[in-house]
Ligand binder design. Sequence first.
Ligand code: NAD
Length: 487
Amino acid sequence: MSATTASPTAPTLLPPPAVGTLPVLLAQQQARSAVLRREDATARAARLQRLHDWITRNREAIQQALYQDFRKPATETDVTEIYATQAEISHALKHLRQWMAPRRVGVPLALLGTRSWVQYEPKGVALIIAPWNYPFYLAVGPLASALAAGNCCVLKPSEMTPGVSALLARLVGEVFEPAEVSVVEGGKDVATELLSLPFDHIFFTGSPQVGKVVMRAAAEHLASVTLELGGKSPAVVDATANLRDAAEKIVWGKCVNAGQTCVAPDYLLVHESVRDALVAEIRGVLARFYQPEGGSVSESASLARIVNGHHFQRVARLLEDAQRRGATVAVGGSVDQTQCFIEPTVLLDVPLDSAVMQEEIFGPLLPVCTFSTLMEAADFINARPRPLALYLFSGHDENQRYLLGRVPAGGACINETLVHLGHPELPFGGSGNSGIGRAHGHYGFVAFSNEKAVLRQRIGATGIKFFYPPYTPKVRHMVDMLLKYLG
Ligand code: NAD
């Protein structure tokens, strides 16, 4: 792959599905889901293993599709798309039996003599709608959870990354029967048609705006939803932080995938006493990462491009608007429309009403704001919609506890960025504007499962029968005892 190849001349998507075919597909999957419901862990594991093996065999094709869509460096694809997906599948394979096993629960005194457990059953047929920014991982990761939980599944990839969309269609066509898993390619129209159908669960990853559309559509069928949304995730750097270390982690978190990461540190909140020192460190890190031999950052083969002209314009406008309102560029600042290239850019003195501080950036721009007390930093974040991720760089335990205890967020990292999402034992998801529900590992399995509550009673005399009508004085006495001793 040549680093100079111009980005996206995309292959065409499959033609949109013919009118009326999607309800037929859903009906086929609904019929098939009755079979999957009865399968044991071995059958589910076989399906997951086929998925894992396909990815191993097609590593290069995955790299090429991502490179073609937005010049994502192969190394980034290996780590953030292939490894991340395979780790999710391997974790499910390792724990599937344990996840599927009924979970015994205790017996309260009032129900003595009974036995109870939670039985996990598949929801049925799931719809997964994926975004373009990690177009492979954010499609196949949820698919692995859906399959681990025993569901059939329709997957709609993003139309913005047609290379990966076509690859996903091939993957699914080669590995699964259409009645078990199907890819339906297309954009908003196709998504709208899919959303009009009565799926049992909708797993959506994308913007908060479209998340609302999805939730409204789900309400029509009372389908359950997982909404993995975005927003502005702050990185707070206090005066006790190791600035060199913080700068490396912030630059990596901001620039991997060219900043098009839902949990990228969106803006910096840095203690006023260390702002300039931190910016100097960031400048050094950017040069080491993207200009190791001098030259222009745009020549770096380690930096992806903005996904398309529309998003390039959007990010370029954020930069222009900030500068017009008085922000200054401390590092970077160049853009090249012909390559959908935006240089990693640090902005100082950014007015809070500028678009870059109002909207999710989703590109390699880093506005830097300052605070004088940690309370001020917490209030600043809490005055805005709830972030998907909160990052704190601090060498001080008390400061770490303070911020974690005061700022609600979907997830948090202390002295790190992004990697909490790679921990399979941690739930991943948002809060409020950044999402509803949880993904990954066991949490992903549960998202696609119905937790059926089962109580088994003895036959014959049971404690409950003391409370049956007619409500004689004896029954009322028993009720009084119940409230007095067990209520
Ligand atoms: P998007 O909301 O524009 O699109 C996501 C999906 O929804 C695509 O498949 C698209 O075809 C479909 N879609 C678009 N308009 C629709 C409509 N009106 N009705 C139904 N479906 C529609 O999001 P995007 O631009 O692909 O992704 C970027 C956003 O996703 C950012 O906000 C980012 O933070 C968020 N995101 C969140 C996570 C997470 O895990 N929380 C991960 C990645 C991206």
